[in-house]
Design a protein around this ligand. Sequence first.
Ligand SMILES: Nc1ncnc2c1ncn2[C@@H]1O[C@H](COP(=O)(O)OP(=O)(O)O)[C@@H](O)[C@H]1O
Ligand SMILES: CC(=O)OP(=O)(O)O
Ligand SMILES: [Mg+2]
Length: 400
Amino acid sequence: MTATRVLVLNSGSSSVKYQLLDMRDSSRLAVGLVERIGEATSRLVHTPPEGGGGRRERSGPIADHDAALKAVADELAHDGLGLDSPELAAIGHRVVHGGLRFSAPTVVTDEVLAEIERLVPVAPLHNPANITGIRTAQALRPDLPQVAVFDTAFHTTMPEAAARYAIDVDTADAHRIRRYGFHGTSHAYVSRATAALLGKDPSEVNVIVLHLGNGASASAVAGGRCVETSMGLTPLEGLVMGTRSGDIDPAVTFHLERVAGMSTDEIDALLNKKSGLVGLCGDNDMREIHRRMEEGDERARLAFDIYVHRLKKYIGAYYAILGRVDAVAFTAGVGENAVPVREAALADMEGLGLAVDTGLNAVRSGEARLISPEGARVAVAVVPTDEELEIARQTFELVM
Ligand SMILES: Nc1ncnc2c1ncn2[C@@H]1O[C@H](COP(=O)(O)OP(=O)(O)O)[C@@H](O)[C@H]1O
Ligand SMILES: CC(=O)OP(=O)(O)O
Ligand SMILES: [Mg+2]
């Protein structure tokens, strides 16, 4: 029997998303999520294959990522899809930071794992969880190839002018300080899907992709290649996010240290975990912010306005970088669902050929679709991302 299945693990700081796919037709055999790992209120939601009964939910403490993955393995085994299956060809892992070295999917060896570990300081919220995911999967199936698919890979095509910070070159080079960019698997997938929606080849179109999830980033993709993206050395730079500040004058950090007496770790936690939407209004869920705005909540309104203002700035900047824009694509949780964000981000930009049709924007759908008015110069699209499918494809391609 040829092994045609791939298990994809997307381990976040407090969650694991997983999918088991059959690569003969890219069908999903099982999909699930473990959230609030490490808390008393952990929850596992597992959707078995069609005909396998309904969605199953399990609540109760799951101490760490190792325990989470073992719970996932149990759920899969319950459906006869256990990790011991000879049909499993590989396990694909989302790894957030690949540094300079990894520009393509890579089979994990001890040496590769050591390099991912070395990059922990520049992806402190993400790489540690990715490493645990890989180690646990290795322990469960030592014979299987574990493949790392890096968030940074798609951005390695950025020109030096976009990738370098304007700081002393020797210092930058000695410490590999440059802009790496993240969410690359999503930016790659969505830019291609946007070209397909326009009936064009990716090489023919210039697209601005707005990946707005908990973490958020924008990218400028010219003819299928990334030329600019908003995240930098770490996933902190750029857009306003759920809990991260995005762009900020670096001198704010000196000021907090010298004047407010904060330590480096405290400032790190402030900017990564207590800023962005949650810092501005106490909520990082855009749905909750919309609800509060409808009640006339001023803080929620201001948080929304700051979020949208930053987004607009990036759209304008990437328009200038690309020179000609064929499409702007919204994706991820906020981008795919938040009607008011899409409307406000493109308001008053008719001069640039950018507009949103109110009726089309309000339509709820899980399909890639256009929301720009008929005949608009620039297409505006909502394109659901599928990082897991993309990781599965790249994983399978590498091991088959
Ligand atoms: N219907 C909705 N309206 C507005 N925002 C939504 C909606 N559904 C989800 N979101 C937003 O999407 C975010 C999560 O996006 P997602 O892409 O799943 O993030 P991540 O993968 O980074 O965890 C949530 O924080 C929430 O604000
Ligand atoms: C890199 C990054 O920000 O990822 P996420 O959006 O999953 O936090
Ligand atoms: Mg995400």
